[in-house]
Design a protein around this ligand. Structure first.
Ligand code: SAM
Length: 509
């Protein structure tokens, strides 16, 4: 009875799996909304990830999510693990998690995402059963099925033993030594240790990874991954490969809690669309989240006025093909890079028979755009941070100049802008001095390549922009603004109060 975890569960609409989607830190609200909109389910978001349940038969729909970096299927949550004070005892407790989990549904989901030529059994291998039948953690194995609750408490004592019957996993050579199979949470990888068994083609290769947070542990994440991976190998008899793995099993430890997942994506999904990289190329998953919170509508004119290599407009044109996309940059290199990225992608699309993306690229100065007033619906841009691009001193003049020009070109009342920058002090000063032109809607604190940055979602007020009559810092005089009499209400002080900014402080890194 080698494969009880069969196809049944991928066809049964009542069988659910839990998915973990990792997200660039700070963009969790965008992902939560995307999950709701595209998959129709609610999710629980925490720093850097979202968790949600979905029928196994619909699991592949998760690939429609554009704001997520990696996808995992959850094997099991452990709500409270009591670790002994010593390292060896703690690692033993971690190893004992391995046979406490039912891998049937997770492996069923995994095989929808990852191609592997052979069936992969969710059951322990014969050697494991032979070695453990008499002694141990078989309390959870009965009649060829694993009986488990969704989550459970684990304490550092041996589980009670009950029977194993009718089990037949793949037969492989095994020995009692623990194989090293570890990844440090900080992305360092170790060379695979010498194999303790011959490679078997019909079995998948795997690696174990551990992410650990919390200080009350007597072990390092690398040691946990090492030991956990060793027991997993004993349990399944799978091959080990740090780089050419088919299955990645991830142990996530946070204080006394832990959960185990299986990877569904072999590389981060942000690796897409861009072929020519610049010094400040923005991840497509981040671009997508910035665009998503702007609620772009068909027919909207969407513009990135400082587009660098074009990541934002490319993501916009792919995902909102019914909108109009324009972008530009002041520098030759950036302008050329954006053109090359778009051309390269369109060449690939042509070969695949897919419709090309349509983006107009300009070389321009954002402080004086060759665009008419009241024209753009959505500006989405990544301003020079003043680190890798520009300088903070330059930003003090650049940011207000840019915001004023965007206000001129933006559609009054409905126009919005999503602006990313790490130079928070300068953008906040610039926005404070321009409240008659821009209302702040929400702010997200995000992590961009290790830098704490802010994403500012702002909305154009009804006030008419008039050159030289805007409200610069220290000149905040409403008389200098021409009121819009065309559309009814004036955007007077009362309205400004009503529309007070809502600052959503999601994550501070
Ligand atoms: C942070 S980078 C944008 C990176 C881009 N999002 C990407 O993924 O490649 C900021 C860009 O602003 C451009 N820039 C700076 N000052 C500008 C100006 N006055 N007008 C237009 N572009 C400008 C820089 O050339 C740079 O490419």
């Amino acid at each position: 009875m080698a494969n009880t975890g069969s196809n049944m569960c991928s066809e049964n609409p009542d069988v659910y799996c839990e998915i973990e989607a990792t997200v660039p830190t700070g963009f969790e609200p965008a992902t939560k909304q995307e999950i709701q909109d595209k998959l129709g389910v609610s999710s629980v978001v925490e720093r850097g990830h979202a968790l949600f349940k979905i029928p196994v038969k619909d699991a592949l729909k998760c690939l429609e999510l554009q704001s997520v970096d990696n996808l995992y299927v959850v094997v099991k949550h452990f709500e409270h693990i009591e670790y002994p004070d010593d390292k060896d005892g703690s690692l033993q407790v971690i190893g004992e998690l391995v046979p406490k989990m039912d891998y049937t549904v997770p492996l069923n989901v995994w095989k929808q995402f990852i191609h592997f030529d052979h069936e992969v059994s969710p059951l322990p291998c014969k050697n494991w059963l032979d070695q453990h039948a008499a002694e141990t953690p078989c309390g959870n194995i009965k009649g060829g099925e694993l009986e488990l609750s969704d989550s459970e408490n684990v304490v550092a004592k041996k589980p009670k033993c009950s029977e194993i019957d009718n089990m037949d996993g793949p037969s492989v050579k095994n020995d009692s030594t623990v194989n090293t199979n570890s990844i440090e949470s900080s992305v360092s990888t170790q060379d695979a240790p010498p194999a303790k068994q011959p490679w078997i083609d019909s079995l998948p290769a795997f690696r174990a990874t551990c992410y650990r947070t919390g200080s009350n542990h007597a072990f390092q994440s690398q040691q946990a991954a090492h030991h956990f991976g060793g027991i997993l190998q004993d349990y399944f008899g799978w091959n080990v490969s740090m780089k050419q793995f088919d299955i990645e099993v991830v142990l996530n430890i946070t204080g006394p809690k832990a959960y185990v997942t299986v990877g569904l994506t072999k590389q981060s999904r942000h690796k897409r669309h861009i072929s020519h990289f610049g010094p400040t190329t923005l991840r497509p998953t981040i671009c997508f989240s910035m665009l998503y919170i702007c609620q772009i509508q068909p027919g909207d004119v969407v513009c990135d006025p400082m587009c660098g290599g074009g990541s934002l407009p490319i993501e916009a044109a792919i995902n909102w093909p019914q909108s109009v996309h324009i972008c530009g940059d002041i520098h030759d290199k950036a302008y050329n890079r954006a053109k090359m990225n778009i051309d390269c992608l369109n060449n690939k699309y042509e070969i695949k028979g897919k419709p090309k993306i349509d983006i107009q690229v300009f070389q321009w100065n954002t402080c004086s755009l060759p665009l008419q007033d009241n024209y753009v619906d959505v500006f989405v841009t990544d301003l020079p941070f003043g680190r890798r691009s520009g300088s903070k001193a330059d930003n003090r003049k650049l940011y207000p100049d840019v915001l004023r020009e965007l206000a001129r070109v933006s559609k009054r009342s409905t126009g919005r802008a999503c602006i990313l920058t790490q130079d928070k002090r300068t953008i906040q000063r610039a926005l404070d001095g321009m409240q008659k032109l821009w209302k702040r809607r929400s702010t997200f604190w995000v992590n961009i390549g290790g830098l704490a940055a802010g994403v500012y979602l702002i909305q154009r007020t009804k006030n008419v922009y008039s050159a030289g009559k805007d409200n610069r810092k220290g000149e905040d005089d409403s008389n200098k603004l021409e009121e819009d009499n065309s559309g009814g209400e004036n955007d007077n002080k009362t309205n400004s109060t009503k529309d007070e900014e809502k600052v959503t402080e999601n994550t501070i890194n």
